[in-house]
Write a protein that binds this ligand. Sequence first.
Ligand SMILES: C[S@@+](CC[C@H](N)C(=O)[O-])C[C@H]1O[C@@H](n2cnc3c(N)ncnc32)[C@H](O)[C@@H]1O
Length: 180
Amino acid sequence: MPVDLLFAMLRNPASTGAVLPSSRTLANAMAGAAVGADTVIELGAGTGPVTEALLRRLPGVPLIAVELQPALARRLQARFPTVDVRQAAAKEVVDGLIERPGRLVLVSSLPFRSLPKEVAAATVDSLCRFLAHDGERKLVQFTYQPRAPFAVPRHLRWQRRTVVWRNTPPAGVWELQAVR
Ligand SMILES: C[S@@+](CC[C@H](N)C(=O)[O-])C[C@H]1O[C@@H](n2cnc3c(N)ncnc32)[C@H](O)[C@@H]1O
């Protein structure tokens, strides 16, 4: 385990949600699902494996990386100077971008099943409002569970894009979009 992730885990296990960073295969699958975006907003960037894959797969596409934990956010900004790193809660950043034009894709590693219940509920509400605002938008989210990452209202629909076995533990990559 990288030492910065270990410290983040010890400080805040519920928010960190994983003992290992995402594998390169999972990060590539997440980035592949974002192809076609005008702007990517990465939520819960951590130590940056998905950030790195996004930069490789979508060169030239503006990338905003959101990370709550200050030490991890500082490390990310030093590692990826061209990325707009925001040390903030995902909900705050997503709410602030709701009116932004273009095809916005959210790529999230947020650990919804371990986050404090009220944080998870407020973040889910924010994401659902953001997606309902424009049917071209989507959320890409991975989960270690064999079901959709979280429950959504009927005007939104989950689709499982793939299962990545080369990850510890294996993870499903899901997409959420407004029903057209
Ligand atoms: C499971 S880790 C994923 C890290 C990395 N993206 C990866 O795939 O290895 C989840 C990350 O989300 C961050 N996080 C948790 N709650 C958050 C929130 N409300 N807003 C922004 N980031 C959050 C944690 O600090 C942690 O770095």
